[in-house]
Design a protein around this ligand. Structure first.
Ligand SMILES: N[C@@H](CCC(=O)N[C@@H](CS)C(=O)NCC(=O)O)C(=O)O
Length: 190
């Protein structure tokens, strides 16, 4: 199998896939989907115009969660429990809300409206629900949950999405994993 991951270096959804592919040979193709040629190129690859996309022997596979499931099946990784699936889903929806806030700002729109309030309250609710997890022994493991959580929280800090990404609990969680080579290699600031 030949893998090419298409994405940006800032996207948290792309970053989680790069982390999952750390020991799997692949090429990384950088695409700026918002401007220039990348904008039309992503449309020829994924009609939803989103990254990441994994080319498997040239065939595109969309959506980071689906890509991870594919990698897990083909590289003999363990399946997830219902609780772990729920962690992934809620973190993903929080990042979706963050991406929408990022787009609001890019469009010079404010968040003081029904949709904006829904987005902010989703982030607040998920962060409240997730914070106890950050202090458990499971938070020290390096797996699809902590990779997604790390990518999500570090991105929220980087893009200044919400002050809840700046708490002591978040800093302590990020410190658990910031020494990892793949974390340093995929830092969106570089
Ligand atoms: N559910 C998708 C979400 C991907 C996503 O939202 N990617 C963002 C970048 S972080 C994107 O492509 N945004 C462009 C757009 O939605 O127009 C996944 O997990 O792959």
């Amino acid at each position: 199998m030949q893998y090419t991951l298409i994405g940006s270096t800032t996207s948290p959804f792309v970053r989680r896939v790069r982390m999952a592919l750390e020991t799997v040979p692949h090429q990384f193709k950088h695409l700026n989907i918002y401007e220039g040629e990348g904008k039309s190129e992503i449309n020829t690859i994924n009609p939803a115009n989103q990254i990441p996309c994994l080319l498997i022997d040239g065939k595109p596979l969309y959506d980071s969660r689906i890509i991870l499931q594919y990698i897990s099946r083909h590289h003999n990784q363990e399946g997830l429990s219902i609780e772990q699936e729920n962690y992934l889903s809620t973190i993903e929806r929080m990042v979706d809300a963050g991406v929408a806030i990022f787009m609001f700002r890019k469009s010079q729109l404010t968040l003081d409206n029904f949709y904006g309030e829904r987005l902010l309250s989703r982030i607040e609710s998920v962060m409240k629900w997730l914070t106890p997890f950050m202090k458990t022994p499971a938070a020290k493991e390096w797996n699809s949950i902590t990779q997604m959580l790390y990518s999500a929280l570090d991105w929220m800090k980087f893009r200044e999405i919400h002050p809840l990404a700046l708490t002591d609990e978040v800093s302590q969680f990020l410190k658990l994993h910031e020494h990892r080579e793949i974390v340093k290699k995929t830092d969106p600031r570089n």
